[in-house]
Design a protein around this ligand. Sequence first.
Ligand code: DNO
Length: 393
Amino acid sequence: MEHTWRWFGPDDPVTLSEIRQAGATGIVTALHGHAPTVPWSIEEITERKALLEAAGLSWSVVESVPVPEAIKQALDIPARDRAIEVFCSTLENLAACGIDTVCYNFMPILDWTRTELEWPTETGGRALRFDQTSFAAFELFILERPGAQALYSEAEIEAARRCFEGMDELARQRLVTTLIAGLPGSDQHYTLAQFLEHLKAYEAIDEDRLRDNYQYFLQKVVPVAERVGMRLAVHPDDPPRPLLGLPRIVSTAADARWVIDQVQSPANGLTFCTGSWGVRKDNDLVAMAREFGPHIHFVHLRATRRDLEDPQSFIEADHLEGDVDMVGVIRELIGEERRRAGEGGARLPMRPDHGHKLCDDNARQTNPGYPLIGRLKGLAELRGVECAVRRLC
Ligand code: DNO
């Protein structure tokens, strides 16, 4: 696999030189903060690419080209169609610059979601965590989302109330910021009032309707991607289930099958994110890596561990110590890579996804989930597994 590393651009406290030292050869990045209504220009893309190449790295994958709400909601048809045109122009310009893989997601309003960014691990590091009770406390007692009570049992509401009452003002504020002020990569920041407004827009959009909107998007975008030699890789929902009454439609193996079936094309593929898919016990990741192998254009390797008492809560574990059978997944991916090599085919970029804050990571303000040393450790462990599997299988 090609070893890549997510970099958030010139403002990322982790430098390109450090990334090379960590052992990555490819960069995963985007023009973060770019105006969503304007295509990325050839000049802007060329400039960013040159910066990476001057550091001895290549621009391996774009993560992400954002899919605007106008496309996901499709409530204003001309605005939706304009947004799709912008998305397609960005794909064309990226392809013209020699970039061939783009990750995106189709999660309504919120990208990935966590309730804790500094959860102490047993060995003294800091991890990201999703705690279902804290999340319910936010939804029920801070956001006070109309209709939310119906989604919870009495016992869950009671636990959420106790959790809410146990938090001081600062802790409540921190939870809000963590949930809706934007984790890295999402480029979206909301106040509570704006957030409720956005949620309202989804009152008329159930799962079927969101699927229709996604299908329309794929039917328009995939042919353009195929024509310019671009591989699209949808990122799964994180966590992989509906939140806040919003539909989520890329959470299971059946969903992945659905995506692939909408438009049969080598351009229509997946980001195989073990961390996101792996939160669900009913996702058998080894079987999924085997089944979807030819459609996997990009790989995120990360492990989560579900809580024993509440499997809806999870911690981001060490890369090899979560619920996922990481060795089994890597074995499947290497099998896929060998199959591709036999066909003279496509590269398979992977990145160590997220990492604990370890040692000197605490001395700098890196993006949540994206410190240097924690990811360096993750990459080293994953490369070790890869190397052993290659030798032995
Ligand atoms: C989190 C990431 C996500 C991902 C997007 C892809 O660390 O995996 O933000 O980049 O969902 O569009």
